[in-house]
Design a protein around this ligand. Structure first.
Ligand code: PLP
Length: 282
């Protein structure tokens, strides 16, 4: 398989990563994961827009237009003939002698991207997954899709080493999001989720889900809820590019609703599925 290195599609072993790449030394960079269905990219424009927005927030100037980048990603999935899977893409600030200050003048950012063929987690989507709570110890710019993921990693590790699929993060009592997902509770026919702010990543899947809710007539309230309220929800969902619409059926061992994916969740999944299947191959 081939990879994208800056503006060239090359063999993986041709890629050379600089010793003083600021992504490598500081996590000074940003990334995206874009899902591939039917050999085509899902919500690519939204992901590319978020990538440029993240870059802007940390003063990285991406040296390609959005259209050129979009085209390079298409070329990569065509070259690798990926049918279902994803593209991982990252851009670091570039290579410069190690110092905290931004290089002045700026150096050329370093882009790397690769594709991965990967099956969808259909069994988990059908049966639901278990989650746990964890303190949200991350910084206050969670809106940036930064390469710095140590807070997320520690929470995910705490979850998985205890047999949970995801950690649901909270600041004081208020739930923000999952360690690598957005989260939602449904109570008495209303879907609640944390509003878009510096405390969460504005998920692309989150936006797709909110439009699914509109289509099925499920009212949405974008306001934070507490861990206690979470346990009293009728239904609970987590979402991300790779997990899609994932029912959460227990948290910290306490059953949510009747312990099975709920009716609203299934409806959201159906509409989500129709959006995926309307994607035609390249
Ligand atoms: N929140 C965090 C912290 C994430 O890492 C992710 C994705 O990995 C999400 C939310 C979901 O974002 P998206 O739906 O764009 O994949």
């Amino acid at each position: 398989v081939k990879v994208l290195w800056n503006d060239r599609i090359v063999n993986e072993d041709e890629v050379r990563i600089g010793f003083e790449d600021r992504g490598y030394q500081f996590g000074d960079g940003i990334y995206e994961v874009i899902k591939i269905y039917n050999g085509n990219l899902f919500t690519a424009t939204e992901h590319i827009n978020r990538l440029y927005a993240s870059a802007d927030k940390i003063q990285i100037v991406i040296p390609y237009t959005k259209d050129v980048l979009h085209k390079m990603l298409y070329d990569l999935i065509e070259t690798n003939e990926v049918n279902v899977g994803h593209i991982y893409l990252q851009i670091t600030r570039g290579i410069s002698p190690r110092q905290h200050n931004l290089p002045n003048p700026p150096v050329e950012p370093v882009l790397t991207a690769y594709t991965k063929e990967a099956a969808r987690p259909l069994d988990q989507q059908k049966n639901g997954v278990n989650a746990c709570f964890d303190n949200d110890i991350r910084w206050l710019r969670c809106d940036i899709k930064s390469l710095n993921l140590l807070g997320n990693i520690l929470s995910k590790e705490k979850a998985s080493s205890n047999g949970y699929y995801e950690a649901i993060l909270h600041r004081d009592e208020l739930i923000t999001e999952g360690s690598s997902s957005n989260v939602y509770g449904i109570k008495d026919g209303v879907l609640y989720t944390h509003p878009v702010s510096n405390l969460i990543l504005n998920g692309i899947t989150r936006n797709v889900i909110l439009s699914c809710c509109e289509e099925i007539g499920l009212p949405v309230v974008e306001s934070a809820f507490t861990t206690t309220q979470a346990l009293e929800m009728d239904e609970f969902i987590m979402s991300s590019t790779t997990t899609e619409v994932m029912p959460v059926v227990s948290i910290d061992g306490q059953t949510i609703g009747n312990g099975k994916p709920g009716q609203w969740t299934k409806k959201i999944q159906q509409v989500f599925e129709s959006k995926i299947s309307s994607l035609v191959s390249l």
